[in-house]
Design a protein around this ligand. Sequence first.
Ligand code: AMP
Length: 499
Amino acid sequence: MNANLYSLFERHFPDGTEQPFLIVPNGPVVHYDELSALSAQIAHALVAAGCVPGDRVAVQADKHWHVLALYLACLRAGLVYLPLNTGYQKSELAFFFGDAEPRVIVCGTDRLGVVTALDRKATVLTLPELVDRAAPLPTDFDTLPRAPDDLAAILYTSGTTGRSKGAMLTHRNLASNGLALVAAWGFTRGDVLLHALPIYHVHGLFVATHCALLSGSRMLWLPKFDAREVVSLLPRATVMMGVPTFYTRLLAEPSFERERCRSIRLFVSGSAPLLAETFEEFRTRSGHAILERYGMTETGMITSNPLDGARVGGTVGRPLPGIDVRIVDDTGRPCGPGTIGSVELRGPNVFAGYWRMPEKTREEFTADGCFRTGDVGEWVAEGPGRGYLRLVGRARDLVITGGLNVYPKEIEERIDAMEGVEESAVIGVPDPDFGEAVAAVIVRKPGCALTEDDVVAALKGEIAGFKVPKRVWFADELPRNAMGKVQKAVLRERFGSLS
Ligand code: AMP
């Protein structure tokens, strides 16, 4: 059978193709038949531009439904879709173009000069140019048969440390994960998904959009997250997906109240840790327990709290069906509940490797074929034999002080619970005595006069001395990337020399 992901989507499109697929508030309504027609036209335009199956098409463009049509066009023509964060600048783009060697680059009009100067081999088109070229072409296209292991997309990892790597995702990877999520989260044709995420990342592009495409439902489509606007639109939606920042911003918005959430059946959070405190506050304010899930670019979604059943704040739930997740110690032995170790997994969702980095790919897999996520966590028992995963951080963020392991999350949770603390990040900084010393960077709420001594004194009675920060700094905010993840490498760089 043809394993092309587009063919799978098409089988789930609503029968009457004039069903809305995407609604832009105060803007157009795009129907499934328009999406299908434009994707066909763009597929023809890409083939006419010389693309052959396996060629990469790099895209750096603002969020617009035409970008989704372009993504589908690539699938249909057997091309490899390569989305790029709209924030990437010259030197980053130069690296991606050199590494991926795209046949075609599609960019926003404002980027044309930069992109053309950077890449003289590819055909460079602005998105409006591509859509104009496509307009006179046929509105049907014979979707190319693909094998399950053929590449569908390459997504460069956010690379908060070291070089960004291109994760190669196959049609099988994306199809299996999309179907697992539709089933796990109970998506049906009647759903309306509020979509305010960027579409160059796995969350907004695959998790959110695939749920809509694989259930024939519709999306309320916002260019970006704006708390006020989201509150006004919630009564028109049934599901919202977001990064934790979306939820803290909703809580800070006075117009956000229970009444606004009456039509919503599900709030989903992921891509960065949702504080247990946010989970509780949101439940009190809205009546909804946010469903937290965990995944990464290389694997798609791995675990999820249940749709029916207990959603446990501070955990990312249980493995999705068909995915084998384990937590192991340094010798590779499985850890029981309550013991912290490395998270590894295998399943049809696990990527095909890093683009042109066979060595690096080999390093990230165990001898028995499991992918090492680089995340550290533990099983939290919740009913007999039903472990929920609790993440405690990235392995590389672990602080080793005098040979003892300190998991930043344990200390951060205690600091966050202190009166007047907005949020905190615990990092390791160089120390002549201990190798690394625990240090904390804290953001105080306005008017809070907490001092370094206060923090240290409060922690001393609560946790072992080696875990108590040797230094505490205060900052106005924590550096975050586009998906809301705290960039600890940036903090280590900024504060490491002050220690
Ligand atoms: P990315 O590839 O950019 O999606 O980043 C993947 C990483 O984000 C994972 O390896 C985790 O460290 C982190 N992550 C994703 N979801 C969660 C979550 N729900 N809680 C904590 N960390 C998460």
